[in-house]
Ligand binder design. Sequence first.
Ligand SMILES: [Zn+2]
Length: 124
Amino acid sequence: MVNSADNSSPSIDLRCDHCGRPHGQMLRCLPDGRWLSPDNGWIDANGDQASWPDVVDYARLRHSRAVVGLYRQSAAARMAAEVSHRLCRRCHLVTGREEHRRVARLRALTRFALGDLFDGTYAV
Ligand SMILES: [Zn+2]
């Protein structure tokens, strides 16, 4: 359940557009993305009702504060329309995985190119 004493939630009700986690709430979360809603039971990573975890899954439970932020969509989706989503940190990382990999690859190639420019070619 939600720890109301540790709750610093804002007055407005911000929720993740993908999984429905409420902003600022301390939640019980499982590694597979399930989280315990204060009123609806367990919710899966897509925001649907989920089954209760067994003892083995529940042993891996952790407490996490949901932080919902405003993120833009990937570059391909941005070309079509400038749309922003309210996502929690987990959903931001999961839904933007391909974009993050693309940016990380470009940064690594940029570093190699700068090294080639000033120090000679790399022997990879
Ligand atoms: Zn989410």
